[in-house]
Design a protein around this ligand. Structure first.
Ligand code: TPP
Length: 643
């Protein structure tokens, strides 16, 4: 690689001539392809933003000028150009580079990311701080067209246009979210493209950008003639005039010199925010891009020549996600009140199947989790039974809406929280470890977690037929592999399942994904002569207080296990119950779960093992605790004898 091997930082890049940059971009693209073909990653998203990354680091004096990436999944070129090329092959692996952006990973990662639509707010904050500090640097946010439609980004646009501080927004418009982009803003951006190409503005911009003063005389002229020609509003009209943004574009987002020139023009705008509208192709350069858009937003390892996925020959059971989608279709077949919803994750949640089968009763609202929750509340007010399938981590966005709009009004909305627990490679921004804690503290909501996919089906039916808010959490990836041919049946709310009864001194009460490891641990303990009762808790709210209090009366040790943060989690709920019933004196309670730490990225099995959340960990915890308890008891007895 002629140029890339010499580039260790953006300063090296800036030594090059502008006419060499396209070749740099080609080399970066090749590097991403080669690396991702081996390890997978957000391949398509990053391939689409290669030229934008090269142009930004060339046009701006990074890191003094601040680049703020939205989501950060598309930033592999940025990582390559900022000294992390040699570690790109460690992406998303334990102790390796993050798949997103982290301030502690590089000084060029000015703002941590992973969730969408944050860049404009953060960049605006940095721009204001710059002004107050009397600095002169530029701040540029890079945001995708779908993330721009997210509520936070809209709120930031609103404030930016009002504040009139210097801010550059580079819009990476590829017409795609993970699925095709949805919504009126997408339609609007498309109208601009159509209208501008109708007026041959693209060529005009290309030819005259060099001589454009400010936002560009010819652009202004062209926009004006466009306005004259078509009464409908277009971006220059709406954004420049109404929201207070200048507009430069559109530019070919794969033509590095053109983007650099557009950014140079943007830098000259002194009196407020400016948008540079770049058109890109997601997955540019990916072999066989056309086949399936989900396949190249993010990929596993693939064949570099054909782009075909290299699948490991695993006979893993169907994923919870798949079974969720299938069960939704089944339930919607017989209950026409049920409607389904995803927030820009149709394939990730299984709602893609539902959208296909029931297009009138399923919605992709885009990256708009807050809106999604209240939209469901509205539908529930009128008698529909909405099921919102939103990853546990992204539902955090809708916290107040869940409380204020759903729970307070006791509405029949079901939240299907996929990716609850440790998700693995995507790391701290994506682990779903908080949902128990953030949902448990408010009245009316029913919270449940299945031990396997058959129970998930039963819980789905239970939730939609329950007249009030309910949430089901289930993990990423394959189910346990149990038979799911039975029709779903309702289960009694607040009733746990006693899976293994014993006369021994130990009870393990496990929640959701931890039930099977708990059962296996009990089998191992039995071999050591320790009899353990195992309970599938099923519900954290309401708890099966009758069963838990009965166990507290008969057992010496209760171990609770959950794949979630301990603070405010399932074990805390059990402790609260025992405390409220003055039962804590008679029984020792050990809570197993995720400690108060940022959990890094990496293989989920490895991470779960690290926190003892597997068969081995549960077995060891029970053994060790009993040993400590026995020693203490012995100590107490000895003292008694001495005294
Ligand atoms: C709050 C939130 N919701 C959903 C996601 C999942 N997600 C990651 S990337 C992405 C699509 C982003 O589309 P766009 O902004 O157009 O960027 P592109 O991937 O097309 O470059 C989505 C929905 C997320 N990261 N954050």
């Amino acid at each position: 690689m002629r140029f890339l091997s010499e580039i260790d930082s953006p300063a090296d890049l800036r030594q090059l001539k502008i006419e060499d940059l396209q070749e740099v971009a080609d080399e970066v693209r090749q590097f991403i392809l080669e690396t991702c073909s081996r390890i997978g990653g957000h391949t398509g998203a990053s391939l689409g933003a290669v030229e934008l990354a090269v142009a930004m680091h060339y046009a701006f004096e990074t890191p003094a000028d601040r680049l703020v990436w939205d989501v950060g999944h598309q930033a592999y070129a940025h990582k390559i150009l900022t000294g992390r090329k040699d570690r790109l092959h460690t992406l998303k692996q334990y102790d390796g580079l993050s798949g997103f952006l982290r301030r502690d990973e590089s000084e060029y990662d000015t703002f941590g990311a992973g969730h969408a639509s944050t860049s404009l707010s953060a960049a605006l904050g940095m721009a204001i701080a710059r002004d107050r500090n009397g600095e002169e640097n530029h701040v540029c946010a890079l945001i995708g067209d779908s993330s721009l439609a997210g509520g936070m980004a809209m709120e930031a646009l609103n404030q930016a246009g009002h504040l009139k501080t210097r801010l550059i927004v580079l819009l990476n418009d590829n017409d795609m979210s993970i699925a095709p982009a949805v919504g009126a803003l997408t339609r609007y951006l498309n109208r601009i493209k159509e209208a501008q190409s109708y007026h041959h503005l693209k060529e005009e911009i290309g030819d005259t950008l060099d001589s454009v003063p400010g936002v560009g005389h010819s652009l202004r002229r062209a926009a004006k003639s466009f306005k004259d020609a078509i009464a409908a509003a277009v971006l220059p009209g709406a954004l420049v005039n109404e929201l207070g943004f200048k507009y430069i574009g559109y530019v070919d987002g794969h033509n590095v010199p053109m983007i650099v020139r557009a950014l140079e023009e943007a830098k000259k705008v002194k009196d407020g925010p400016v948008i540079v509208h770049a058109l890109t192709t997601k997955g540019k350069g990916y072999p066989s891009r056309e086949e399936n858009y989900y396949a190249w937003h993010a990929t596993g390892p693939f064949d570099l020549k054909t782009g075909k996925a290299i699948k490991s020959s695993s006979s893993a059971p169907k994923s919870y996600t798949q079974i969720f989608g299938e069960t939704m279709c089944e339930l919607m077949e017989t209950d026409e009140k049920i409607v389904a919803l995803t927030a820009a994750m149709p394939d990730g949640t299984g709602i893609d199947q539902v959208l296909e089968k029931f297009p009138e009763r399923a919605f992709d609202v885009g990256i708009a989790e807050q809106h999604a929750v209240t939209f469901c509340a509205g539908m529930a007010c009128e008698g529909l039974k909405p099921v919102a399938a939103i990853y546990s981590t992204f539902l955090q966005r809708g916290f107040d809406q869940i409380i204020h709009d759903v729970c307070l009004q006791d509405l029949n909305v079901t939240f299907a929280m996929d990716r609850a627990g440790i998700v693995g490679a995507d790391g701290p921004t994506h682990h779903g470890l908080l949902d128990i804690a953030y949902l448990r503290g408010y009245p009316n909501i029913t919270l449940m977690a299945p031990k396997d996919e058959a129970e998930m089906r039963n819980m789905m039916l239970t939730a939609v037929n329950h007249n009030g808010p309910a949430a089901i959490r289930y993990p990423r990836g394959a189910g346990v592999g149990v038979d799911i041919s039975e029709k779903p049946t309702e289960i009694e709310i607040g009733k746990a399942e006693l899976l293994r009864d014993s006369a021994g001194e130990v009870a393990i009460i496990a929640y959701g994904s931890m039930v099977h490891p708990a059962l296996e641990a009990a089998t191992s303990l039995e071999k050591d002569g320790i009899e353990a009762t195992v309970v599938n808790a099923r519900f954290v709210k309401p708890l099966d207080s009758e069963l838990i209090l009965a166990l507290a009366q008969t057992k010496r040790l209760i171990v609770t296990v959950e794949e979630a943060y301990l603070a405010g989690g399932f074990g805390s709920a059990v402790m609260e119950l025992l405390e409220a019933n003055s039962m804590l004196d008679g029984v020792k309670v050990v809570r197993m779960g995720v400690p108060d730490r940022i959990i890094t990225h990496g293989d989920p099995k490895l991470l779960l093992a690290k926190y003892g959340l597997d068969t081995d960990g549960i077995y060891t915890k029970v053994k060790e605790t009993l040993e400590i308890m026995d020693e203490r008891r012995a100590g107490v007895q000895r003292r008694k004898i001495v005294s």
